[in-house]
Design a protein around this ligand. Structure first.
Ligand code: MTE
Ligand code: HPA
Ligand code: MOS
Length: 762
């Protein structure tokens, strides 16, 4: 029987979905433990800003089950796990500063996880310190004190000052958005196993196995080749395991090296919250000049991100924020200044969108204000500012593929935007307590790592003698369906059924020097690398087939599990079998580097993105003006994924990102007390959306136009861009508050009931 020809472009379930739902997909903690496995736990700083004097190691070591306790000075290699800047101690060194409540100070290793955790809790009394001052917890305080983790940056075009001063209308305002916890369902975890000659295997839940390998090697003072990192899958990463899996990997590896036994480190959820950082909250000061149609003539923004105690990825996050302040709009004269403020909190890091959402919401807040000043529908003001194809971004990249005019019009019609606007106005006129609001917001998101060298990937394709295929690529699976897409691409290339292809665990000993699976580029990069590898094998098979059966190699076709050569149709596995005996190499590597990218870090100019992904959403909410609560009544999404590799997976990504972004915009709130303790460090106090928060009326459609760039089967990245779609929920809430009689609501994100009440009662 012939399998269907197309393996890409069709919906198929996630390759491990049947394992996920049956509970039989092994995650790192499910790996059968080797004999003699020990468990580690971390002793955390009780102080946010203090001088670390001493740790009562003897008392901790005397606890039941404890095998080892170690401090910063006991780490044989470098005590640092920072991804870019070396300012991230694995453990706080004695005599140095304690920077936040939750900072790891010591590691304890015991025979059971419970024993290790119980001993680690002695940190409260065993860690001696001297308070250095009140913790600096807000961006405003840090900015006023001029303390930053990296030098400030400016992205500018034209003369914004003159343009604003000369504009017929002007406004200026402040805006603020909170951070967001990744809340991966599987927490951080590493399981380190010593190997011969000082080697180390680390099973690690990470988006970045190569970086973990390099940082572990650095910490245990061994060359990179001594360390192997493996990740079968993650139970979610969302950016939180791009760099911050490192601390756990390094501690587990140091512990395993010291004990000569395998050591597992899995913090509980509370400690995970207290140790790791999350999405950067931002504070904006925005000034603009505009005309009577709402067109922005000049704009200036100062954005200050809350970086936390160290740089981590705050530099590239801030760069992406600056490069997304334009979102979908032509800003002829613009100055965007960025600061990454150093505070006494966890070090903030990657989270789906990586600063892009933060930059883009600032210009959306501006346009919403402009529309209300002018009494125009915000959609009309947004559209009046849209790019025209070929206009360049403030960083100098022409927007050649701009499709938002067409996409927005299609969504405006399919969502019945105008009629619903009229109906809402009528509803609000007669409803004193409940107010409805409506908003349409667009998304333009740059695809590629905004650091050029990271845009590379490798893959191995092995065709075995029975015609089954094993693929290994440098990307990691975190639920997004990367392995499914890559296997589809390989199946397509070899013309075989999907079921014949499997992806193996990500392993640093198979593909070297990989980039993080991040920036939504997983399928773009690894799909292309795997395609190249599969193509090499296919071409060898074609030459062999033509040599054996006649005809021209270039005329050999691979489809439906068969190879068509010179009028004959040979099953793929049969040809493979024959080729093996003829000593044809049946496996190959593949490599891909995104073409045409350039970036000047000094001027923030160049072409950082291969292409843009687009989308738009319309949201309708009802707000209870007495309680500040809201409900999302209906959401309509039209999102661009190019020619989808797998529409079912892509719709899942769009829906998931929408709800996740909605959580950030409306309910997820981080609160630190005056001692610097993050008090919202568990699901009991930190609220993420549930199934109950999803709109009952939720229409998600893919736009379906192929990518104009030569990406894998003309698809587009999907992981992060749809996170910006629920800006429409936030601005619909603001619209409802305005309908209650507040012309320019001072509504900040998250729009919790408290925030909505504050905006309703200025
Ligand atoms: N989807 C699931 N289910 N789980 C995740 O952790 N991470 C997101 C997105 N979608 C994530 C997800 C983030 S932050 C990124 S960058 C991309 O997936 C990474 O995968 P990709 O590049 O293969 O799309
Ligand atoms: N996204 C995610 N991680 C990154 C990026 C990015 O754009 N740039 C550098 N690291
Ligand atoms: Mo995604 S924030 O780039 O891991």
């Amino acid at each position: 029987m012939k399998a269907p020809k197309a393996q890409v472009g069709i919906s198929r379930p996630h390759e491990a979905a049947h394992l996920h739902v049956a509970g039989s997909a092994p995650y790192t903690d499910d790996i059968l433990e080797r004999r003699g496995t020990l468990h580690a736990a971390l002793g955390l700083s009780p102080a946010a800003r203090a001088h670390l004097l001493s740790v009562d190691v003897e008392r901790i070591r005397a606890q039941p089950g404890v095998v080892d306790v170690f401090l910063a000075a006991d780490i044989p290699g470098g005590n640092d796990c920072g991804p870019l800047v070396k300012d991230d101690p694995i453990l706080a060194p004695l005599g140095a500063e304690l920077r936040f409540v939750g900072q790891p100070v010591f590691a304890v290793v015991a025979t059971t996880r419970e024993a290790a955790r119980r001993a680690a809790r002695l940190a409260k009394t065993a860690v001696q310190f001297e308070i250095e001052g009140p913790p600096i917890l807000t961006v405003q305080e840090a900015h006023a004190a001029g303390q930053y983790v990296i030098p400030p940056m400016t992205l500018a075009r034209g003369d914004s000052r003159t343009a604003i001063d000369a504009a017929p209308r002007r406004l200026n305002f402040e805006f603020e958005i909170g951070g967001q916890e990744q809340f991966y369902l599987e927490g951080q975890i590493s399981y380190a196993c010593p190997e011969e000659e000082g080697g180390m295997t680390v099973f690690c839940s990470t988006q970045h196995p190569s970086e973990m390998q390099h940082l572990v090697a650095h910490a245990i003072h061994r060359p990179n080749h001594a360390v192997r990192v493996e990740c079968r899958r993650m139970g979610g990463g969302f950016g939180g395991k791009e760099s911050q899996s490192a601390l756990f990997a390094c501690v587990a590896a140091v512990a395993a090296q010291r004990a000569g036994r395998p050591v597992k480190l899995r913090p509980d959820r509370d400690d995970d919250f207290l140790i790791t950082g999350r999405r950067h909250g931002f504070w904006f000061q925005i000034e603009a000049g505009y005309d009577d149609a709402g067109r922005i003539l000049g704009a200036e923004v100062t954005m200050v991100s809350n970086a936390g105690h160290s740089a981590d990825l705050s530099g590239p996050v801030l760069t992406r924020a600056l490069c997304h302040f334009d979102n979908a709009y032509w800003l002829p004269h613009v100055t965007a200044r960025g600061f990454a403020a150093r505070t006494n909190t966890q070090s903030n890091t990657a989270f789906r969108g990586f600063g892009g959402p933060q930059g883009a919401i600032a210009v959306e807040a501006l346009l919403d204000r402009v529309a209300r000043e002018l009494g125009l529908d915000a959609l009309d003001v947004r559209r009046a500012n849209f790019y025209e194809r070929g206009q360049a971004t403030p960083y100098g990249q022409p927007v050649d593929d701009f499709i938002l005019h067409e996409l927005t019009s299609e969504l405006e019609a399919s969502s019945d935007y105008r009629a619903r606007r009229a109906a809402i106005t009528a509803f609000n006129a007669t409803s004193p307590v409940l107010k409805k609001g409506l908003a349409l917001t667009p998304v333009k998101f740059g695809i590629s790592f905004n650091v050029v060298f990271l845009n590379q990937a490798g893959a191995l394709v092995h065709v075995y003698t029975d015609g089954s295929v094993l693929v290994n690529h440098g990307g990691t699976e975190m639920g997004q369906g990367l392995n499914t897409k890559v296997a589809q691409v390989v199946a397509q290339e070899l013309g075989i059924p999907f079921e014949r292809v499997r992806c193996s665990a990500t392993d640093t000993s198979k593909i070297a020097n990989t980039s993080a699976t991040a920036a939504s580029t997983g399928a773009d990069l690894n799909g292309k690398a795997a395609q190249a590898a599969a193509r090499t094998v296919r071409e060898r098979l074609a030459v062999f087939a033509a040599g054996k059966h006649g005809g021209d190699a270039s005329a050999v076709r691979f489809a439906g599990g068969f190879v068509e050569v010179n009028g004959q149709s040979i099953p793929f596995d049969e040809l493979v079998h024959q080729a093996y005996f003829a000593r044809v190499q049946l496996w190959s590597d593949g490599f891909y580097a995104t073409p045409g990218l350039s970036w000047d870090r000094a001027t923030l100019k160049g072409k950082p993105f291969y292409y843009y992904a687009y989308g738009a959403a319309v949201s309708e909410v009802v707000v209870d003006t007495l309680t500040g609560e809201h409900r999302l009544l209906r959401a309509d999404v039209l999102h661009d994924v190019g020619a989808s590799l797998n529409p079912a997976l892509d719709i899942g990504q769009v829906e998931g990102a929408f709800i996740q972004g909605m959580g950030w915009m409306t309910m997820e709130e981080l609160v630190w007390n005056d001692k610097g303790l993050l008090t919202t460090h568990a699901p009991s106090t930190y609220k993420i959306p549930t199934a109950n928060d999803c709109p009952t009326d939720f229409h998600v459609k893919l736009y379906g136009q192929p990518n104009s760039e030569d990406t894998v089967h003309r698809s587009k990245a999907v992981g992060e861009p749809p996170l910006l779609l629920p800006f429409s929920v936030f601005f619909a809430i603001r619209d409802a508050v305005a309908a209650a009689g507040v012309k320019q609501p001072a509504l900040y994100a998250p729009a919790t009931p408290e925030a909505v009440l504050r905006a309703l009662n200025p």
